[in-house]
Structure formats: structure tokens, C-alpha cells
Ligand binder design. Sequence first.
Ligand code: SAM
Length: 261
Amino acid sequence: MVLREGDLAVVWIDPRRVYLVKLTPGKKLDTDKGSLSFDDVIGKEYGDAIEISKGRAFIMYPYLDYIYDGLHRPSQVLYPKDIGYMIFKSGLRPGSVVVEAGTGSGFLTISLAHFLGESGKVITYDIRDDMQERAKRNVELVGLSDRVVFKKGDVRERIEEENIDSVFLDMPDPWLVAENAYRILKPAGTIVVFVPTVDQVEKTFLSLKKCRFIDIEAVELLLREYQVKENATRPRSIGVTHTGYVITGRKSIKGSSEISE
Ligand SMILES: C[S@@+](CC[C@H](N)C(=O)[O-])C[C@H]1O[C@@H](n2cnc3c(N)ncnc32)[C@H](O)[C@@H]1O
């Protein structure tokens, strides 16, 4: 595919220099490895490489992992390893309608919008205007605005939607949202929560149980990156050692709450 004005691309120089850019004529990307004029990128294809003063810039398709590397993120975003599992457990599919809180920098929003397709919707709540403004720009940059509805609000107090397929929560006190989540979900709809500390796991798990959710699980996903060198291949000694915990549950349908006991 030949790249045109306005297309999104990833400029990959090395693993620490990954930039998500919109190809605007006359603009350029300045890095410590050299400048890249977007006029030189327009007309090229994903996968092409362009020489810059101190290296090479590879022009890559904006896959989610590159979006993760290149996104401007004022808040801590969820890690891909956790997002993958959360989406799997949620049962999300093309056409799903999900509610999310909080929006934060919008990386989970973008991931959800990506997987639920053109016919799906993410309704994302945040109590902070500045977070939603930044997330809006991120979602717009990756061309997914049609699939996302931004709402300013406190989900502990009120969620306007109903008949929702899944609720995703990444916020400090998700246990205070259990009742609202239960109310807005379809029967057998799923709740997926991410929290960074163990005391939050306990509060969240018990609140889901109290609200008649069934099939509740709490897990931690461990990911270990390897350095690969001849005769010296081993786990890396530095890196992200902790992200958090994922709690999942499902809205009970009539009579099923007894089964979970
Ligand atoms: C860690 S960030 C979410 C990051 C997001 N998952 C991402 O991947 O970019 C947590 C967000 O929750 C929002 N928040 C906290 N309490 C909230 C509430 N009661 N209702 C809605 N949003 C809330 C915060 O303003 C913050 O932006």
C-alpha cells in the first residue's frame, strides 16, 4: 500500500526510538539519530527504510504494539500482556458494545475499539477533562473516533447505558462500581477489572460476589523477557517486574447465583 498524505505510520529506528506519526506534507520528525521529512515518506510503502543522518528509519504499519510504544500517555496505561488476557476473558467480539472507566490516556480504549470492529462501540468514562481531551486526540490520531463515545462522569455514581456486553474498569476503587456494572450488563455479560495492589483485589472480588456476579476469578500474569546472546541467553535482569491483577466475572442469569456458591 502506497502511503499518502494523512496516513498514520510508525517510524521505527530502534526499540527505544519508536514514533507514531501522521504524514503531513512539509512536516518532519526530529530525533537524536537525525531528521525525517514526511515528504520523503509519502509515496513509500510500509516496510520501506529511509536513510537518516545516524541510521535508518523503518516505516512500519501502526500495529497495536507500536501504537503502545509511540502513544503520548500522561497516565499509566495498561500493559499489552494484561490487555490481551482481559479482552480474551471478556468475550469481546466484532459488534460488542462495552463500557470502560477510566479513560486515562486511552490505550485500553484504542485496543478495545480495534478489536470490536466497525460495528462495535466503546463508551468510555473519566472524571477528568484533561485525561479525556488527551485520550480523544490519541483515539483520533489512530483513526478510531467513530467507534468511541467519550463521557465525563463518575462511574461510582452513575452509568447511563444499559444492555452492555462488557464493563472494563481500570481506576482506583472499582469495588464501588460493582452494583452499577451489574445493572448495566446484559445477562451473562462480563466485568473485567485491573488493579495494581492486592488489597484492591480482595475488595473488588468480594464486591463482585456480593453483587451476584458468578464465575469470578483473580489472576496475575507474569511475563519474563529474555536477553538472547550466544552462550548467554537468560531472563533480563531489569524491566517491568510488576503490573497488577485482573479480576473477571459474569453477570448471573436467573437461578445461576446458587450454582456459584
Ligand atoms: C490508570 S488511568 C486508566 C488508564 C487506561 N486504562 C489506559 O490504558 O490508558 C485511571 C483513570 O481513571 C480515572 N478515574 C478515577 N476514578 C474514576 C471514576 N470514579 N470514574 C471515572 N473515571 C475515574 C482517572 O481520572 C484516570 O484517568
